[in-house]
Design a protein around this ligand. Structure first.
Ligand SMILES: N[C@@H](CCC(=O)N[C@@H](CS)C(=O)NCC(=O)O)C(=O)O
Length: 209
């Protein structure tokens, strides 16, 4: 199998960090997003969605979604669990992961893609050329601030987002906070819980994957 990756992009980093936590090594191939390799006929034939990460299995199946790829590896290698063990844990982890993704990751993406000059006509990832909407860029900034407030409160009484163990929600969370630096937003000094968690997460070897 092979992971189509881009070392500088946040979405494939979610998969790389997840695999590193599980100590799984797989072959990767870099896709040069900066120079538009995702839109070439060769890559469209691999993933018509023109995005990374995408996992190509040996039997020809393509999994073109970060969390779906994580789910695949979690099923194959349940230890250490990053998506919950029991039915209840799995549901709870999924709820937090989706919340972090919706209110955090997508908020940063909204701010970044609608305000970056180099992404004119590419306000959403994928093959369709959506124009930027400046107001969405501003709204994205407001949403990031709300997300930071929420995350700081959540981490006041929890070591990790789902409690006592790292999960995929923390991976999405860390990458969201780092991604927010792309639009020059950082968690303020007074958000001590968020900053404590961010420092701990950043110190994990998997954060460098
Ligand atoms: N559904 C995908 C979306 C991934 C995504 O948005 N990837 C970005 C990189 S972070 C991408 O490939 N962008 C291509 C582009 O901007 O044209 C997932 O969550 O895995």
């Amino acid at each position: 199998m092979k992971l189509y990756d881009c070392a500088t992009a946040p979405s494939p980093r979610r998969v790389r960090m997840f695999l590193a936590e599980k100590r799984i090594n797989i072959a990767t191939e870099q896709v040069d997003l900066r120079h538009g390799e995702q839109f070439t006929p060769a890559f469209r034939a691999i993933n018509p969605d023109c995005t990374v990460p995408a996992l190509a299995l040996d039997n020809g199946t393509m999994i073109p979604d970060a969390i779906a790829i994580c789910r695949y590896f979690e099923e194959l290698y349940p230890d250490p669990p990053l998506m919950g063990r029991s039915a209840e844990e799995k549901a709870v982890v999924e709820a937090w992961q989706r919340r972090v993704e919706r209110d955090g990751f997508y908020a940063v993406m909204e701010a970044f893609r609608n305000s970056t000059p180099g992404l004119k006509g590419r306000a959403l990832p994928g093959p369709e050329p959506y124009e930027q909407i400046a107001a969405l860029g501003e709204r994205g900034h407001a949403r990031i601030r709300h997300f930071f407030n929420w995350l700081n409160a959540r981490l006041a009484n929890n070591q990790f987002i789902c409690g006592t163990h790292i999960t995929v929600a923390d991976i999405t969370g860390l990458i969201t906070v780092d991604f927010s630096g792309w639009v020059k937003v950082k968690p303020p000094e007074e958000m001590t819980h968020l900053r404590r968690w961010h420092a701990e997460m950043s110190a994990r070897p998997s954060a460098k994957a």
